[in-house]
Design a protein around this ligand. Structure first.
Ligand code: FUB
Length: 339
């Protein structure tokens, strides 16, 4: 049987996995989790009810600051601490509005928060803010990363110390405004059997403040080497993440309008990545977004849903659940269950 995208999905067994709501005192989303100094830190977006109307470009996500959470011990049971505001829109010289997803990497004892935000002309870029501790406070750079565009940065430090940022998101994330890293006169969103818009990856400079190279396309192929087409429900939309398992590079992402978290596996940080399957079935709410982290020999999927806000898609709540692999290194497909 030809292993096309649909077959891969239809063959899949779905495991219901109990998830924990991490923080019930506030709405937060897009969790980027990392272990720093033996503790899990979670860098989310900070949702609030701004009154902005819902639209297809995410105008209702009008976030204006970032917090960081830390967890004492096991993510499923440990006490969660909110360390408060680590960066405010008002402190970023170039920013206009909408502080969307962010992520943090540690390099040579400093912590670099890479974040997506619109400039004063309503164009998304990636910015950097630097701290001496994972809890911040983070000091923003005066300008965005040169040549950066779109949203959802995920930072990955490889075993050799090199740092890569994966980024991009279509529709409200503006990825369709660019081709070959240049702004288009007219935006273009591929459809049907055309190649889809890919996520991008670029190595960062040693000081983690700029791209060290032109961003490259993150190509996802099926097991026959064919690029997943634009009309595939498993194609990239936004929310890139990278982790390494048994020496392989696992690129995971949200499929946006088909509401899945999927993954693909490659042999190096640039890919190509071979599509492997669905990590998480759709959650309540339009967006789904995640990170994957190992803590004390166990793996966890951080994500969000809108159950506590009763489906208000711009008021999301953070969740965590165990993530498991089979003997071949495939991630077990899950459904997020509440207590
Ligand atoms: O939080 C705003 C946007 O919603 C993120 O950038 C996307 O990934 C989606 O989760």
């Amino acid at each position: 049987m030809k292993k096309n995208n649909i077959d891969i999905k239809n063959d899949t067994k779905i495991t219901a996995m109990k998830a924990r709501y991490l923080f019930d005192k506030d709405y937060m989303a897009d969790p980027s989790a990392h272990v720093f100094n033996g503790k899990v830190y979670v860098y989310p977006s900070h949702d609030w009810d701004s009154g902005a109307a819902f639209d297809d470009d995410g105008g209702h996500f009008e976030m204006k600051d970032y917090h960081v959470l830390s967890i004492d011990g096991d993510p499923m049971t440990g006490t969660v601490t909110d360390h408060g505001v680590i960066l405010d829109l008002k402190e970023i010289p170039w920013a206009g509005r909408q502080m969307w997803d962010n992520d943090v990497v540690e390099k040579d004892g400093k912590y670099y928060l890479i974040f997506s935000c619109k400039d004063k002309n309503d164009v998304f870029h990636l910015g950097v803010a630097v701290a001496d501790r994972p809890e911040g406070p983070f000091r923003p750079q005066p300008d965005p990363i040169r040549g950066s565009y779109s949203i959802d940065p995920a930072v990955f430090k490889d075993d050799d110390g090199k740092v890569y940022v994966y980024f991009g998101g279509i529709w409200g994330g503006q990825l369709q405004w660019y081709k070959d890293n240049k702004a288009l006169k007219n935006e273009y969103l591929p459809s049907g059997k055309e190649n889809p818009l890919p996520s991008r990856v670029a190595r960062l400079t040693d000081d983690c403040l700029q791209f060290d190279e032109e961003p490259k396309a993150v190509i996802i192929v099926d097991e026959d080497g064919n690029i997943l087409p634009a009309d595939s429900p498993y194609r990239f939309f936004e929310a890139s993440w990278m982790h390494k398992y048994n020496g392989k590079y696992y690129f995971s992402y949200s499929t946006g309008d088909s509401h899945l978290l999927c993954y693909a596996v490659g042999d190096n940080p640039y890919g190509p990545f071979v599509y492997k399957g669905v990590i998480l079935e759709p959650v309540v709410g339009w967006t789904t977004h995640h990170s994957i982290v190992e803590y004390n020999g166990r793996w966890y999927l951080f994500h969000h849903d809108c159950v506590p806000s009763e489906g208000v898609t711009w008021l999301r709540s953070l969740k965590v659940m165990p993530l498991e692999y089979d003997a071949k290194g495939n991630i077990i497909t899950m459904k997020s269950e509440n207590d």
